[in-house]
Write a protein that binds this ligand. Structure first.
Ligand code: PHB
Length: 396
């Protein structure tokens, strides 16, 4: 077999999504070398439409660590959301309840900012690689891959960070006897669209209705992002614009509110699942972001959790390289999982409170309205939602 070209680094990072690039950026600022390998092309990542809400801690990390302050200029600060039930709007005022806000700033922009920063700083990011294989994760780890240049490489590192997304190869390297997977499936999905239309509302609207859930979000003054609850097996080809708008109207219009409509320029079905891989470390392999956990999109927690993992993993690696201490690396998994399970609970709760399964009986529907009412009619209920949505206090 042909020789492999050896590349040596300190931390090998699999995945150049926001988690992988943010880790590489933080490490570089501390003088720690990393090489990032990614099977997708840069264009493919930057063109994938993903969610758009950043917790204040995520925004602070982007700005304070010097990635970019574009989020503060081009993003929109939202001080609350609207919950709509029985056709009536109830505002959850984050700022007033917990003193915090979130930012509407799409994940694709977070990726573009990080990729541009890493490039400007001379980071070693290898897109479009193939045939990645991990070796010796319990000892001195190596990653084999074929570069976009066709050359076979052996990347040698002290540690591997598996930030390779929900279809992670990294987590499959952990022997079954050393891992436990937690799964939850939901009987619905989201039909997501991008539409050329003006904003219908200044804030996001989470609407529960007899006809199912809908979420009115935004992208730009002229392009809006919206979702409605659908069957997981829904076929987008069967939905023309009229049928889509009719569905939105039946879920959000009423009591003086009318959605602003326009041509649908993109449509997709997003499947829901909750997933956690434990522990988030095996030997010298550390998992971060979607590689270790997935949440349904209702609470907009996915990207924020990934960034939080990375902050903790960075602190562990930094204290190892600067002081020789393994303490924070050893506690990484349990510290990260504390927040992961809080976010799992929040995302599950928001999802089950707002969506109505097709088979819901009279009791379940009335109980659900009781639950929603106990949130919107109580300051404590509202504050629980506001604190979780904007990001729990503490790191990131
Ligand atoms: C989005 O804008 O894509 C978005 C916003 C809030 C969510 C999920 C998705 O809860």
């Amino acid at each position: 077999m042909a020789e492999r070209t050896v590349v040596t680094t300190q931390v090998a990072i699999l995945g150049a999504g926001p988690a992988g690039l943010m880790l590489s950026h933080l490490l570089a600022k501390s003088g720690i070398a990393s090489t990032v390998v990614e099977i997708r092309s840069r264009e493919e990542i930057s063109e994938t439409v993903r969610a758009g809400i950043l917790e204040h801690g995520t925004v602070n990390m982007l700005v304070d660590s010097g990635v970019s302050d574009r989020v503060l200029r081009d993003g929109d600060r939202h001080d609350g959301i609207e919950l709509r039930l029985k056709g009536e709007s109830h505002r959850i005022d984050f700022k007033e309840l917990v003193g915090e806000s979130v930012w509407l700033y799409p994940q694709t922009d977070v990726f573009r900012d990080l990729a541009a920063r890493r490039e400007a700083d001379g980071g070693d990011i290898r897109y479009s690689v193939t045939d990645t294989r991990l070796h010796d994760i319990e000892g001195k780890p190596k990653v084999w891959f074929t570069g976009a240049d066709g050359v076979d490489y052996e990347l040698r590192a002290d540690f591997i960070a598996g930030a390779d997304g929900s279809r992670s190869q990294c987590r499959l390297q952990i022997p079954e006897a050393h891992r436990k997977w937690y799964f939850h499936k939901y009987p619905f999905a989201w039909f997501g669209i991008l539409a050329e239309a003006p904003r219908s509302s200044d804030e996001l609207i989470y609407a529960n209705s007899e006809n199912g859930f809908a979420l009115i979000s935004q992208r730009t003054p002229t392009v809006q992002r919206m979702y409605f609850q659908c069957d997981p097996d829904e076929n987008v080809a069967e939905w023309n614009d009229d049928r889509i708008w009719e569905t939105f109207r039946s879920r959000v219009n009423g009591n003086g509110f009318t959605l602003k409509e326009g041509p649908v320029i993109d449509k997709m079905v997003l499947k829901f699942r909750s997933f956690v891989h434990t522990p988030m470390r095996h030997g010298n392999l550390f998992l971060a972001g979607d590689a270790a956990h997935t949440v349904p999109p209702t609470g907009a927690k996915g990207l924020n959790l990934a960034i939080h993992d990375v902050k903790m993993l960075f602190e562990g690696l930094d204290s190892y390289y600067s002081r020789g201490s393994t303490e924070l690396l050893d506690s990484y998994s349990s510290r990260a999982l504390d927040r992961v399970w809080k976010a799992q609970q929040f995302s599950y709760w928001m999802t089950s409170m707002l969506h109505t399964p097709a088979y819901a009986d009279g009791f379940s529907r009335a109980r659900q309205l009781g639950e929603l009412n106990s949130v919107v009619s109580s300051r404590h209920g509202q504050a629980y939602l506001a604190e979780a949505y904007t990001g729990w206090p503490g790191a990131a």
